[in-house]
Design a protein. Structure first.
Lengths: 109, 109
C-alpha cells in the first residue's frame, strides 16, 4: 500500500476512513477508557473491574468487555490460568498508548 | 499536581476523568477527524472543506466547525487574512498527532 505521509505521519491519500472512524467511536464510548485503565492496573476479574469503576452497571460492563474482547483489545483467560480474567492483548497494549496520548492532550490547557 | 506514571506514562491516580471522556467523545464524533484532515490539507474555506468530505451536510459541517472553534482546535481568520478561513490552533496541531496515532492503530491488523 502506497502511503504518502507528511512530516507528522499524516496519510495524504484521503480522509480518515471507516477503520479510523470505527476506532474513534470505540474510544469515545463511555467507560472504554476506564475499563482498559482498570485492567492495566491489575483488575482482571469482572467484580474487580466493576468495583474499580464507580457508576458502571453490570450490564454495561459486560457489554463493554464483550466488545473489547471481540475487537481483540482484551482477552479472557479462564480459571485454569494463574491470573484468570481479562487481560490486554498486544493490540490492546498499543491502543493504551494512544489513550495515554489523548489523555495528556485533554489535560493540556 | 502529583502524578504517578508508569513506564508508558499512564497516570496512576485514578481512572480517566471527565476531561479525557470529553476529548474521547469529541474524537469519536462523526466527521471530526475528516474536518481536521481537510484543514490540514489546505482546505480552509467552508465550501472547500465541505467539498473535501463526501456526504457531510452544510448544517453538520457548520456544527462541527463551531464546536472545534469553541474548543480551541480550529480558529477562524477573516477575509482580511492572506489565507482566510479555518486553521488549526496549536492545540489543534497537538490533537492532530493523537489522531494520527489512533489512525495508525486502527490500520494495524
Amino acid at each position: 500500500m502506497d502511503k504518502a505521509r507528511d512530516q507528522d505521519g499524516w496519510i495524504g491519500k484521503g480522509p480518515f476512513d471507516a477503520a479510523f472512524q470505527d476506532a474513534a467511536e470505540l474510544v469515545g464510548k463511555r467507560w472504554v477508557g476506564a475499563v482498559i485503565w482498570a485492567v492495566v492496573h491489575g483488575k482482571h476479574r469482572f467484580a474487580e473491574i466493576r468495583n474499580a469503576i464507580p457508576g458502571i452497571s453490570d450490564r454495561l460492563l459486560a457489554e463493554r468487555l464483550k466488545e473489547l474482547v471481540d475487537r481483540d483489545i482484551l482477552c479472557h483467560r479462564d480459571t485454569g490460568d494463574p491470573v484468570p480474567g481479562y487481560h490486554l492483548t498486544p493490540r490492546g497494549a498499543a491502543l493504551r498508548r494512544v489513550l495515554i496520548a489523548l489523555h495528556d492532550w485533554a489535560k493540556q490547557r
